[in-house]
Write a protein that binds this ligand. Structure first.
Ligand code: DC
Length: 207
């Protein structure tokens, strides 16, 4: 079974997808981390994420190592990830790994932007997690503060708007809910409520 969890930046996809994977004992892949690794590799090479050749080189040379996730969570790396993710060749280079991962038994939960639409269009369960930009900015701001990064709330909100715009308007695999996705609007929900709602949906689909 494949559970696809998509949605905009800081909507709580990661938390929800991890919790679902734990609940069902499924494998979990944060596909944003792959784009972040490519973004980070480009920055570390002293190159520009808009430089298509540099981004493709980084994507082709990527050895997915999901053990250093902390280094990937900064705002700079997120912004670089969003830029390299607009590059079709980069997306294609990362596709095979994601699709193979999705086939792991007994099941897999993948979170990202295009899992239900492009990576796993046949996933049995597709959940599109979203929340208002203001609520997402507050959540991201709190998360960054916990890690000792302290951009203002306004800066975080501006960044969320910029990333939404880039993710939604790009030509390749733009961020849109799959037609058969369950849209989970979490602005007014606690984590537990969002998880319970997602589990109820998975259970319905399993029947
Ligand atoms: O979910 P995240 O913030 O870690 O993702 C970082 C960037 O990677 C995001 O701005 C868009 C891109 N991304 C993507 O294009 N497709 C995915 N499946 C996952 C992430």
């Amino acid at each position: 079974m494949i559970i696809a969890v998509d949605g905009p930046a800081a909507a709580g996809k990661g938390t929800l997808a991890r919790a679902l994977a734990r609940r069902y004992n499924f494998h979990f892949l944060d596909t944003g981390a792959l784009y972040r690794m490519v973004g980070l590799a480009v920055l570390q090479a002293g190159r520009d994420p808009h430089d298509e050749a540099a981004a493709l080189e980084a994507a082709q040379g990527l050895k997915p190592d999901l053990t250093h996730e902390q280094d990937l969570r900064s705002e700079d790396v997120g912004a670089a990830a969003s830029i390299v993710a607009a590059n079709l060749k980069v997306r294609e280079a990362l596709l095979g790994f994601q699709r193979q991962f999705a086939q792991r038994a007994p099941g897999a939960v993948l979170d990202g932007r295009d899992i239900g639409t492009v990576v796993c269009p046949d996933a049995e369960v597709k959940i599109f997690v979203t929340a208002s930009p203001e609520v997402r900015a507050e959540r991201r701001h709190a998360e960054l503060a916990e890690r000792g990064e302290a951009p203002s709330l306004e800066t975080v909100l501006d960044d969320i708007h910029a990333r939404d715009e880039r993710d939604r308007t790009r030509a390749h695999a733009p961020l849109v809910p799959a037609r058969d996705a369950y849209v989970l609007e979490t602005s007014q929900m606690t984590r537990e409520q969002a998880l319970n709602s997602a589990i109820a949906y998975v259970e319905m689909r399993r029947k």
